[in-house]
Design a binder for this molecule. Structure first.
Ligand SMILES: [Zn+2]
Length: 196
């Protein structure tokens, strides 16, 4: 098993707790048990730090997640965690070709809109090299194009996507943005915090 949590003790000892891919992906381990365990060398209960290795998102994990309302890749900021360039193809494949719960499909569409938001507009000019700005703009344009041909899906997700994300992403998808005051959910405040 490649997936593990390493707990580092003040004494320098490193204890490893191994997980299966599923356990690591969905945080299915007993956190209390993990955190209450003592250092195997000195018996100390307080840990200095820890590192977790998580699996990459793949089709198997996405499909299990997509069909189980109780599974989360992360309890908070799941959308942000998924919003990475390397996941675009996988997400498009899942929303196009696989049966998943409507709610999860909405999350994936939301993730693609976050990708557009995050890689266009003023956000990208802070201390980022010109080449990277170019790459990120291209990525945003690519995702926008993909969503142009899936406008119906985007409209199904519309009421779940935060206004300020839509304000930037919708015109790029060729959709009209009109303010709906969908801005007060915890997702919004999480994103606001994240992008500060
Ligand atoms: Zn120790």
């Amino acid at each position: 098993m490649k997936y593990k949590l390493i707990k580092i003790c003040k004494c320098g000892n490193r204890d490893e707790i191994r997980f299966t891919k599923r356990e690591a992906a969905f945080d299915l381990y007993d956190t209390k048990e993990v955190w209450d365990s003592k250092c195997s060398k000195c018996g100390e209960k307080k840990w200095l730090s820890s590192q977790v290795t998580k699996p990459e998102f793949d089709k198997e994990l996405m499909l299990e997640w997509g069909n189980n309302i109780d599974l989360f890749f992360e309890e908070q900021d799941e959308e942000l965690m998924l919003a990475e360039e390397k996941n675009i193809d996988l997400i498009l494949d899942i929303i196009d070709n696989h049966k998943i719960l409507d709610h999860k499909r909405i999350i994936l569409v939301e993730v693609l809109c976050v990708l557009i938001y995050d890689n266009s507009g003023e956000l990208i000019d802070k201390e980022i090299k010109l080449k990277e700005v170019e790459n990120r703009s291209k990525m945003a344009a690519r995702v926008a194009n993909e969503l142009k041909s899936r406008k119906k899906l985007v409209l199904l997700a519309e009421s779940w996507i935060m206004d300020y994300i839509k304000e930037r992403a919708f015109p790029k998808i060729g959709l009209k943005y009109s303010e709906t005051n969908n801005g007060k959910s915890s997702f919004w405040s999480k994103l606001k915090y994240y992008f500060q």
